[in-house]
Design a protein around this ligand. Structure first.
Ligand SMILES: Cc1cc2nc3c(=O)[nH]c(=O)nc-3n(C[C@H](O)[C@H](O)[C@H](O)COP(=O)(O)O)c2cc1C
Length: 400
């Protein structure tokens, strides 16, 4: 494909993400999203989860300042497909780390032709990020966050993208053909009143929304991911703001059948179990407590569990061999560094986050062997060999 053809393909109209929220709601289900994951949520992986029903995929966090200044950073941080047919295209949100309205709006302007929307990371708890007023440090800077999203909307509008979509979210033409979204991903404060103030400031008034939707990771900056999410905080925030704009939850979406809350958009959910056994709730949530109902939640975002099982949103509670095959085909077309691709396979073939954590596609010994392989052809041969040993399509191993 020559560069003109590539440019034309890239500039094909993209669906406005709010339309995906509408479509999910009309199918009486929540929207399914793949979380931003530094190192991992790259093109081949996003294509894989999209194949298995994930509606919207985030890129890893990209540092806006570097993205604006370096073509090398742009080429390595934002990989998009130039070959996908329009219906195969993965709706993608570019997530940025930024602390300055000019930097974020410039980065959004550069990324807009290639993605469906841009998102600001207000959740990264790592000390290097917080020291630079990036990520979770922004949870203490609500006016700055508002200024960043307002400047970004203005810049995208000046560039000719339709960002005035929220007011028309109910119309058929939401975002038109050139609509782009602006959103933020946040954590919560220990004192939830601060989170309420934060959202109120960033959201803007009813006629001029500054963001199209919000992703809430209901843990504080210092809560480790081994502690279950704060469902009470999520209930409060979705009931206060979930009728004003769509809210996605990020955190502990391990399988569709083991969520620590209920929603009218969740039942009934088909689940496909890839092994014959299942064990009690291993999500860390207290299964003796009645689950809270979240009528104003719009979507589910998964990170760790989707890494382990890209078919999660197709209703599988453990990774099927088919997902491994789809991933390996995608890596052949949208290559990843060998060690990274093998790391993905290790995650997919390990015990995962489903209810049965004693089953896996590969035993521990087989995964150690996989790690030692030094080229992709041998990886393909090794996986094929194991699948044929297990009788054609493969199967799970039980290690108890
Ligand atoms: C390896 C890894 C990388 C992550 N990178 C990002 C990131 O770039 N931006 C972000 O907002 N969150 C990032 N997160 C946080 C996740 O998006 C998510 O909010 C968190 O892991 C909770 O979801 P989970 O329980 O589904 O894992 C990352 C998480 C993991 C495990």
């Amino acid at each position: 494909m020559d560069s003109e053809e590539t440019a034309a393909r890239l500039l094909q109209p993209k669906i406005h993400p709010l339309k995906l929220f509408d479509a999910a709601r009309s199918q009486k289900r929540l929207l399914y999203a793949c979380a931003p994951m530094v190192r991992y949520s790259k093109l081949a992986f996003r294509q894989t989860v999209h194949h298995f029903g994930t509606d919207l995929c985030w890129t890893p966090m990209i540092l806006a300042k570097e993205f604006n200044r370096s073509r090398v950073a742009r080429d390595s941080d934002l990989t998009v497909s130039t070959t996908a047919a329009a219906h195969d295209e993965v709706p993608t949100i570019a997530q940025f780390g930024a602390n300055d309205p000019v930097e974020l709006s410039r980065a959004a302007s550069l990324a807009a032709p290639f993605v469906n929307g841009v998102d600001l990371n207000c959740g990264c708890p790592q000390s290097w990020a917080c020291a630079e007023t990036l990520g979770a440090a922004l949870m203490g800077r609500r006016e700055l966050v508002r200024d960043m999203v307002v400047a970004t909307r203005e810049r995208l509008a000046r560039d000719g993208w339709d960002v005035d979509s929220f007011a028309g979210a109910d119309s058929d033409d939401v975002g038109g053909r050139v609509g782009r979204s602006v959103s933020v991903k946040i954590r919560v404060h220990k004192d939830l009143r601060q989170t309420v103030d934060f959202i109120t400031t960033v959201l803007g008034d009813e006629h001029h929304r500054n963001i199209d939707w919000l992703t809430i990771h209901p843990r504080t900056r210092s809560t480790p991911s081994s502690i279950p999410i704060n469902v009470e905080a999520l209930e409060t925030l979705t009931s206060m703001f979930g009728t004003k704009l769509p809210i996605l939850v990020s955190g502990d979406v391990f399988t569709l059948s083991t969520l620590p809350y209920t929603s009218h958009l969740l039942d009934p959910q088909p689940t496909f179990t890839t092994s014959s056994h299942s064990s009690p709730d291993t999500t860390g949530n207290d299964s003796s407590k009645p689950k809270l109902h979240l009528p104003n939640l719009s979507g589910l975002m998964s990170a760790r569990a989707l890494l382990a099982n890209p078919a999660l949103f197709a209703g599988y509670d453990a990774c099927p061999w088919e997902a491994v095959d789809v991933f390996m085909n995608n890596v052949a077309r949208a290559p990843l560094p060998l060690k990274l691709a093998i790391h993905h396979l290790n995650e997919m073939c390990g015990p995962g986050f489903g209810p049965d954590r004693n089953a896996a596609l590969l035993s521990k010994k087989e995964r150690i062997r996989l790690n030692e392989i030094s080229n992709w052809i041998d990886v393909i041969d090794y996986i094929d060999e194991i699948k044929s040993q297990r009788g054609g399509k493969g199967g799970v191993v039980r290690f108890t």
